[in-house]
Write a protein that binds this ligand. Sequence first.
Ligand SMILES: Cc1cc2nc3c(=O)[nH]c(=O)nc-3n(C[C@H](O)[C@H](O)[C@H](O)COP(=O)(O)OP(=O)(O)OC[C@H]3O[C@@H](n4cnc5c(N)ncnc54)[C@H](O)[C@@H]3O)c2cc1C
Length: 377
Amino acid sequence: MSQSWDIIIVGAGIVGAACAAECASAGMTVLVLDRGPMAGGTTGAGMGHIVVMDDSEAQFALTSYSRALWRRLIPELPADVEYDSCGTLWLAADDQEMAEARRKQEYYTQRGVAVEVLDSAGVRDCEPNLRCGLAGGLLVPDDAVLYPPCAARFLLEKARSHKAEVRLGVAVLALRADGTVTIGDGSTLSAGRTVNATGPWSPELMPGLPVRKRKGHLVITDRHPGFVKHQIVELGYLKSAHSAGKDSVAFNIQPRKTGQMLIGSSRQFDQEEGEVDYALLHRMLSRAFEYLPTLGQLSAIRVWTGHRAATPDKLPLIGPSLLGDRIWLATGHEGLGITTSLGTGRLLADLLLNRPSAIPAQPYAPARFADGGNHHD
Ligand SMILES: Cc1cc2nc3c(=O)[nH]c(=O)nc-3n(C[C@H](O)[C@H](O)[C@H](O)COP(=O)(O)OP(=O)(O)OC[C@H]3O[C@@H](n4cnc5c(N)ncnc54)[C@H](O)[C@@H]3O)c2cc1C
């Protein structure tokens, strides 16, 4: 008799891993499939900033809920996840950005997220390597950073401890509306429901899905412990993250527990290949040197790229797909999938089990794109 699972999850990135951990802990039988190694996709290329963002109420709800879930997990996280509650320091270069820092302060405070507005001297006290003359900033002390591949492995191990099966090196060729999947050797696997958690590749299995690849570059330096102590992001980053049309860069730096500095970030649509764009890299690093004038004295040891899975409204797709109730989605997390993986897994399991959820799941429902939604603006 052929085997069947309650849930087949396609994709062993951090989102698939979080979904697997939640579903398996809730007692479902789970199979995870990935054509590569675990975390070999965007998860292995991302930055690992656990950050509350407020582009929309729904984005705030999912990021703050997910950050709370990460904080609850801290006692269980192994050392190699390198969870570091270093906080985010948002930088305001001028009065206009300072007004944005104050708006954010009000918004976050009203919703119970701790923040502190800093003036020019306060920012320099926090991070002495920053250039002089910044207007100020906003400190979000409970934001954090972690090492995404090990976080994904931890979540998959958690799933395995609840009897989930993980098969790596198994490509899925097709998903069918009846919940069955065809894998690379031509055989068919069946499940009550199948979840497409293949991130930027999700439209390959479901043509027409409103998910586009958005390329990003990162640079890592050799070890300079304490060069910066917070994840530092320019408030202008928000303009970069929002600009859909053209290539954009913004200053974003992360201190790793290893003492290395991880420098980002860039955003480009319509760049399917992974090669480094040296002109864009130059722009990205020049931007970083504007904020940290002595950063150029550190040695860069590796540069790489990854693709974010972008949706038109900058919210992920979580729940039953337009193909019916047997094919579900957990994709489209753009630049926030490390943060929102835990919230995604929890919401998916809540929906599957008809449990009440801590935040409304409706803003992330794939049904919002019933008209196709293929415009990214
Ligand atoms: C430069 C950059 C910086 C980022 N920084 C941050 C950050 O600081 N904080 C944050 O929260 N997020 C960040 N992100 C976003 C984050 O990395 C992603 O949102 C997250 O990793 C998405 O995880 P995923 O599991 O959905 O996708 P992936 O990790 O891409 O996993 C998808 C998996 O599906 C597999 N797959 C694909 N097709 C098939 C198939 N046909 N059959 C079987 N398997 C298949 C792939 O092999 C892959 O392992 C960043 C992303 C980039 C590119």
